[in-house]
Design a protein. Structure first.
Lengths: 255, 256
């Protein structure tokens, strides 16, 4: 693969707190063009908060986030929506719209941001569903789908508007190991087929090693180490080692 | 002593914050109504939900209200031989007051709770976040159609309530209490003015806006999972009902 080292997303000294709880305390992270970045960390350390800041669902208290060099933290809702068209996001539980059928879910972005007709949107939706390995589900309602199918439909919705950046919020959480691997496989394929930049957050190390170009560890509100999966395995940092081996004892305090 | 002031002050500040946020959401909704894209399908389906599906509740409420009004006012008026005025009392009470208020309360219970629960569930299952990530304004997509549908359907429901309520009064007076039907209808028409009906419809518009804004607000800003959705639903109904009753007094006083 050709190395493209230009920076797609740059997070500098990001702070975010909720009432008295300081969640992010100076996060620095660089995601290169076309790279698959995985952010690992325990539950409640602010992984979700980080990606929600990146896509503008949460406003950070201070710090900077640049997407393609453009600062997003100070944008108003309208300009933010323009930036958001570069993004696709896979939510933890899918976040499919219950009142819309599967194809309407997948085609939601197209319906609202293009002048395509319903027939064309449905055709594209069926094609995207095919990309995530689903067929004959387009007319079902989300409530009729299993957890794994919901996630795949959500992925199809995220890629329908052909984003440059994909964000995955715990893509394998709540799935059986086989379905988790199906999703991992899809994430790898998405990157190959669509050349997207992606950020995934997870605490599933199997998944992290499978999909990551680089892994960043978030601990106590900061990124403490960034490296390739190999570097991550060989890390001398006791905190990283404790996390990837999943031990209860060690420097990480379990609250 | 300090903690007492702290308690009261804290609640007062929260009350002000909440009022401010509700007002801002209301303003945002009004602005977004006039901003393209204009969707027809969603408001129409909301009108069906809010309006058409509420007809049975409104009809039953109005019919029995009209009926009991006739009974009660007959008991009173008989004591000074003014039984024939029952028709007037029923018509004025229903169109000016009971039609809009009872419709507002009943429909708030039925529709407001559903709105808060639906939007609240969308919030806690991240569907509202998903709308943001798909570059769609959730206020425009979710709240504007519900607001418009309420604004249109409340007065229409009140027209139904007015007609059914007057018919209920007629039924009890004429068929049960034996009032002369011609006199009853005369007494209804002679004293009923168009302004009575208009003021009721104006109230209905205001109640519709109150119900939609409060219920959508409660649902939209739900926090804390299933429990939060339950609380939002309760608050939507209680707060809408209270504000309907309070605003009702002030509208009446203004139009007096």
């Amino acid at each position: 693969m050709v190395e493209d080292t230009s920076v797609k997303i740059e997070v500098v000294d990001l702070h975010k707190s909720f009432s008295n709880n300081q969640v992010l305390r100076g996060v620095n992270l660089e995601v290169r063009n076309g790279e698959s970045m995985v952010v690992i960390g325990g539950s409640g350390v602010g992984k979700s908060v980080l990606i929600k800041c990146i896509i503008g669902l949460l406003r950070p208290d201070s710090g900077s986030i640049r997407v393609d060099g453009q600062e997003v933290t100070s944008l108003n809702e309208k300009s933010l929506n323009e930036i958001r068209k570069k993004f696709g996001m896979l939510f933890q539980a899918g976040a499919l719209f219950d009142s819309l059928s599967v194809w309407e879910n997948v085609g939601f972005g197209l319906k609202h941001h293009t002048s395509l007709r319903d027939g064309e949107i449905k055709a594209i939706a069926v094609e995207k569903l095919g990309l995530v390995g689903l067929s004959h589900v387009e007319d079902l309602m989300p409530s009729e789908l299993s957890g794994g199918m919901r996630k795949r439909v959500s992925l199809a919705r995220a890629i329908a508007i052909e984003p440059e950046i994909l964000l995955y919020d715990e893509p394998t959480t709540g799935l059986d190991p086989i379905m988790a691997d199906v999703i991992n496989e899809l994430i790898v394929q998405m990157r190959k087929k669509l050349q997207v930049t992606s950020i995934a957050i997870t605490h599933d190390m199997v998944s992290a090693y499978k999909i990551a170009d680089r892994i960043a560890m978030l601990y106590e509100g900061k990124i403490i180490e960034v490296g390739t999966p190999q570097q991550n395995r060989d890390s001398r940092n006791a905190i990283v080692q404790q996390f990837i081996q999943g031990r209860a004892e060690g420097p990480i305090k379990v609250r | 002593m300090n903690s007492v002031f702290g308690y009261i002050g804290g609640h007062f500040i929260r009350f002000l914050q909440e009022s401010g946020r509700i007002t801002m959401l209301f303003g945002q909704t009004i602005v977004l109504i006039f901003r393209p894209p204009f969707d027809v399908r969603e408001p129409l389906s909301q009108m069906e939900e809010i309006g058409v599906r509420s007809i049975p509740v409104v009809v039953i409420t109005a019919a029995f209200t009209g009926m009991v009004l006739a009974l009660q006012s007959f008991t009173g008026f008989r004591r000074f031989h003014a039984e024939t005025l029952v028709g007037t009392v029923v018509a004025l009470s229903v169109t000016r007051e009971l039609g809009p208020v009872l419709t507002g309360l009943m429909v708030s219970g039925r529709v407001g709770s559903a709105m808060a629960a639906e939007l609240g569930t969308m919030r806690v299952t991240e569907q509202i976040d998903a709308l943001h990530t798909l570059a769609t304004n959730p206020v425009k997509y979710l709240i504007v159609p519900r607001f418009l549908a309420s604004l249109v359907m409340f007065p229409i429901l009140v027209v139904f309530a007015d007609i059914i309520g007057i018919m209920g009064g007629y039924f009890v007076s004429v068929k049960i209490l034996g009032t002369n039907p011609t006199i009853y209808i005369r007494r209804t028409w002679d004293y009923l003015e168009l302004n009575d009906i208009y003021s009721g419809l104006l109230k209905a518009c205001v109640f519709g806006m109150i119900m939609a804004t409060i219920s959508c607000y409660q649902g939209f800003y739900t926090e804390g999972g299933a429990e939060g959705v339950g609380k939002a639903t309760t608050r939507a109904v209680v707060l809408s009902s209270l504000l309907i009753l309070i605003s009702n007094y002030f509208i009446t006083a203004l139009l007096f």
